[in-house]
Ligand binder design. Sequence first.
Ligand SMILES: Nc1nc2c(c(=O)[nH]1)N[C@H]1C(S)=C(S)[C@@H](COP(=O)(O)OP(=O)(O)OC[C@H]3O[C@@H](n4cnc5c(=O)[nH]c(N)nc54)[C@H](O)[C@@H]3O)O[C@H]1N2
Ligand SMILES: Nc1nc2c(c(=O)[nH]1)N[C@H]1C(S)=C(S)[C@@H](COP(=O)(O)OP(=O)(O)OC[C@H]3O[C@@H](n4cnc5c(=O)[nH]c(N)nc54)[C@H](O)[C@@H]3O)O[C@H]1N2
Ligand SMILES: [Mo]
Length: 809
Amino acid sequence: MTNHWVDIKNADIILIMGGNAAEAHPCGFKWVTEAKAHNKARLIVVDPRFNRSASVADFYAPIRTGTDILFLGGVINYLIANDKIHHDYVRNYTDMSFIVRSDFTFEAGLYSGYNPDKRNYDQSTWDYERGEDGYVKTDPTLQDPRCVYQLMKQHYSRYTPEMVERVCGTPRDKFLKVCEMLASTATAGRAATIMYALGWTQHSVGSQMIRTGAMVQLLLGNIGISGGGMNALRGHSNIQGLTDLGLMSNLLPGYLTLPVESEQDFEQYIGKRALKPLRPNQLSYWQNYRKFHVSLMKAWWGPAATAENNWGFDYLPKLDRLYDMLQVYELMNQGKMNGYIAQGFNPLAAAPNKGKLIQGFSKLKWLVIMDPLVTETSEFWRNFGDHNDVDPSKIQTEVFRLPTTCFAEENGALVNSGRWLQWHWKGAEPPGEAKSDIEIMSLLFTRLRRMYQQEGGKYPDPIVNLAWPYADPESPTAEELAKEYTGKAVTDLADPKDPSRILRRAGDQLASFAELRDDGSTSSGCWIFAGAWGPEGNLMARRDNSDPTGIGQTLNWAWAWPANRRVLYNRASCDPSGKPFNPRRNLVSWNGKAWVGADVPDFKLDENPAGGMGPFIMNPEGVARFFSRNGLAEGPFPEHYEPFENPLGYNPLHPQAKGVTSNPAARVFKDDLAAMGTVDKFPYVATTYRLTEHFHYWTKHCHINAVLQPEQFVEIGEAMAKELGIANGTRVKVSSNRGHITAVALVTKRIRPMQVEGKPVHHVGIPIHWGFVGLAKPGYLANTLTPFVGDGNSQTPEFKSFLVKVERA
Ligand SMILES: Nc1nc2c(c(=O)[nH]1)N[C@H]1C(S)=C(S)[C@@H](COP(=O)(O)OP(=O)(O)OC[C@H]3O[C@@H](n4cnc5c(=O)[nH]c(N)nc54)[C@H](O)[C@@H]3O)O[C@H]1N2
Ligand SMILES: Nc1nc2c(c(=O)[nH]1)N[C@H]1C(S)=C(S)[C@@H](COP(=O)(O)OP(=O)(O)OC[C@H]3O[C@@H](n4cnc5c(=O)[nH]c(N)nc54)[C@H](O)[C@@H]3O)O[C@H]1N2
Ligand SMILES: [Mo]
């Protein structure tokens, strides 16, 4: 979230699109209810199904799955054509006036630089034009045909209300009503928020859907203001913490990145990331990259990270490719992996194309499951049902189960969607042999280290030199780890303002990432968390909910990254002179000497606005980007591509062009491309989703939840049921090109056919929660059906749009 849960109460317009917050985030959804009750807010829901969020919305519009870029691109076209733009904001705080290189092109659905064999782009032309001073050229009049504004205007002029109706299946009048409601927030006094989750992320073009939403918000001046923002509703209670701590193959903590194979040189690695400003007087905060990186290396390798060895740069793996979920199961399936550890993860249930996964697991030598429960993955070898994915008698994989505790049995911090680190306390002792994840991993590490110490090996240094300063090396405490990932002084630190004074003593906690240094005198395991456990103690444990301005800025409740700031980019809530656009919901302002207010300013505290520094200090531009240069894999402006399995077989924007029906830069492997189904055999569009009554695949172990939602069902609209002669409660077989499941048919008014390119398109709704272990009725996994293809940037699988056939079981 750029904003936070409580701030949603400040919105005037709320768009829930690509998510179902009333169902999947019922607790956070109360802030929508607050906004409606106390702020006269209007709620819009755009979803293929009339879902639980829609049932309490002021306005609902249907949309065919996977077509949100077309819809939102249509909104952009509407806002530009009808001049519903927050001009003061957009002219000063975005790249609209920047001139783009003349060799950047877009033709027949492709941007310049495409390589069809590699299915990716050389992005070098996706850039701005530079002047002789090295800075980007601009045209403040926005007349230059190569400026971002003109290129964007031209790009989305094809996204007309007629095109939206034809492709998305959203009736024109409903689409225009959504445009009008959003457009009402183009003024300084009104705010719209966008709440989204998997209905946007789980597509082969998911990242670009989110970007299109962000572009709408920028045009309306809704980023950085109270009641606005792009608000990703995160999934598991700590999934925000997972990305913050860099638990992805290409990340290091705090959104630093791992070097790739070609980056063997430390200075080159830092130089590429410590970005220089692209415009005069801009800050480009990433110029501090070296401080964050060196402090991370000090946290990990302590005294072994020195200036002489480039702070242990050689200890870091150099990435040869992304090891996302799809890549890993592809390699497993090719028999190229020996072992796998599934920690708090049930991939057989959660990943696409179950058949492919079972075959992969069957080729492993060993599989470790760290989980409090029995999972489908730990019993993959049973080959449940009549699917014949493998012959259990031939499987050699040795499975080890290590029972773990769960969050309620330990202390620690969880990071919520609003970036708040909230400390929690153990509520019960773990049962039986269960050990915490920290203890299991420490036991593994200390044994591995002993082996390397005794036996050496090819390059034991990164393991034997790892800093492990815990009182009990086999069981570090959550408190010890928290002090490490926030940040400490390694040596006494002199006060930069008065070098005769000591600011921090060696071993003291640091107050903020502003205190981090690049000379090895500070350590921080995750720079964005620096200060969460500060000199005054554990700020994550704070529980003071006082809200002095009444807009939900409870700065003494827990701690938010970065720097306890609650709304990112909040400098943009003021006009260029530092006066709030909306004094009723004032986040920060310039008082003549400093930036002050209800939030922690996202700016240099004493930076006079007259200097012209832009509010987007993490971008080297200093402003926000409509044109994402060297950003996303598919191109600088989002373009509509069809899901890999789609009911049309062509891209309506480029009906004649080759290779652009679906995302030309998606994550997909050859065999999986061949396993895509077509509409002649699989005539219905399917989408998968969750129910309030279950949490993924684990609550089916609880009696009450298993009773509430006892078995797999699928939702089918009345028109489609009639077509197939299926009554409510009939058992049906649902098949895709990869396999089948059986389910109870729930015939509903909540899913209606849509008219797409003159033909009716029916959706089938498939909740995901059942499997073959636990107390609910045993059945197949929904992911038997789903295609093995992912987004080109996040590699998130396309769970939300594929093709099926439905028949009586
Ligand atoms: N009770 C409960 N709560 C949960 C979870 C749970 O398992 N149970 N899981 C948690 C997790 S990990 C996550 S990630 C979140 C997920 O939260 P959500 O994303 O809100 O959950 P989903 O039910 O997967 O999907 C949301 C909606 O997307 C719609 N949709 C599908 N395709 C499209 C499309 O192309 N466009 C648009 N506009 N909408 C589309 C679906 O119809 C559905 O209504 O929920 C979290 N909360
Ligand atoms: N078709 C389809 N597939 C999907 C989705 C979809 O919408 N459609 N959604 C996707 C999404 S967003 C998600 S997040 C995944 C979810 O997929 P998973 O994360 O694999 O599913 P869960 O069942 O939430 O959790 C996995 C396991 O964590 C265990 N666990 C709980 N607490 C602890 C702990 O403290 N330590 C350890 N070691 N284990 C613990 C639980 O017992 C459970 O077995 O599914 C994905 N798959
Ligand atoms: Mo999730």
